[in-house]
Design a protein around this ligand. Structure first.
Ligand code: FDA
Length: 306
């Protein structure tokens, strides 16, 4: 209860224009962001992806940005993703794909614009996997509907589902099937109790159940969490059931639990790191700060040390 109230307070505080200005314009804010974001440019992201590939880890590039308010911004984001896909191919990265956000490609403006931009990204993909991030619950139904339209014409597209949402078991049955890539994450947005499970332990239980169902329905499971208990459980499950490596992977965020990424890889599990890059890092950073109070203290102590 208290944790939720604190999180709500943090979400409100970080939404204030003043907080945004202080964090984005201060060297400390930018310094903290660098822990979670590869850099401002595609070059920065490709460099990180190459280093990860050299260490036997996969990469997933995420051009930061969301909730764009005009067509030009949405088209610029599509062009940015197309450029990332072309660069993945031209650089010959051993194992890299991308993840997109629909509100960055114009979903708030119109579904047609978003669809056109997604098609443009998929044309540039040339078979490389394009994953769709899941945003707050205001967008869940529209995101899944857009995914279904795109999936009808492209095999190389997948989607993230959030274990915390009450609707997700139904969505899993709606989407999961052989060859469908599903990223399962706990859910990064603060949602009301009628929409999402509130208690962290219950979210973890839902995650474990949903992961097992996704595999049982023949889909490809991307286990997107840093939670050691869930990772160990998923690993036990895939090994016990003899699920081939092509049907699952573990995914973590750039800058978080690098030790766990390495230890999983050294045990022979496929691991991929999600690499955010670009100048629009503020909303992403606030999600990372808010989901873990220790990050807020880390940020504040840096601020006061100055
Ligand atoms: P939990 O929060 O319980 O953390 C477990 C441990 O991980 C912590 O004890 C800590 O060690 C470490 N940790 C977790 N978060 C940290 C942080 N911010 N800073 C430092 N350490 C941290 N969500 C969403 O709504 N839509 C999406 O599309 C995606 N996509 C996505 C892709 C990938 C690859 C990952 C790993 C995650 C997402 N998420 C997401 C985010 C996800 O929903 C969730 O918010 C975070 O992963 C944090 O939850 P954990 O499952 O890691 O567990």
């Amino acid at each position: 209860m208290l944790a939720r109230a604190l999180r709500a307070l943090m979400v409100w505080l970080t939404s204030l224009p003043f907080a945004r200005r202080v964090i984005t314009e201060s060297p400390i804010g930018r310094g903290v962001a660098r822990r979670f974001v590869a850099g401002d440019t595609l070059d920065d992201a490709v460099k990180v992806a190459g280093d990860l590939n050299d260490r036997g880890l996969g990469a997933m590039l995420d051009l930061l940005g969301e909730n764009v308010t005009n067509e030009e911004q949405a088209e610029r984001a599509a062009a940015g993703y197309a450029a990332a896909l072309r660069r993945i191919e031209a650089t010959g990265l051993a194992d890299a794909n991308i993840s997109i956000k629909l509100t960055q490609l114009g979903l708030d403006i119109s579904e047609e614009l978003c669809l056109t931009n997604c098609e443009r990204v998929l044309r540039a993909a040339n078979g490389t996997l394009v994953m769709i991030d899941m945003e707050s619950s205001d967008y869940t139904e529209r995101t899944i509907a857009m995914y279904e339209k795109l999936r009808a014409g492209h095999d190389n597209i997948g989607i993230c589902l959030q274990a915390a949402l009450h609707r997700t078991p139904t969505d899993v049955r709606r989407i999961a099937g052989p060859g469908v890539p599903i990223r399962l994450a706990k859910g990064a947005y603060l949602e009301p109790p009628d929409i999402a499970i509130a208690h962290p332990r219950e979210v973890a239980r839902a995650f474990a159940r949903l992961g097992a169902t996704i595999l049982a329905l023949g889909a490809t499971l991307h286990v997107a969490t840093h939670d050691p208990g869930l990772i160990a459980g998923a690993r036990r499950n895939v090994l016990a059931r003899g699920i081939p490596r092509e049907r699952y992977e573990f995914q973590m965020l750039y800058g978080i639990r690098r030790d766990l990424q390495e230890s999983l890889r050294s045990q022979g599990s496929p691991v991929r790191v999600y690499i955010p890059y670009g100048s629009e890092w503020y909303p992403y950073l606030t999600r990372r700060l808010v989901e873990r109070p220790a990050n807020v203290w880390f940020f504040l102590s840096n601020l006061f040390r100055r």
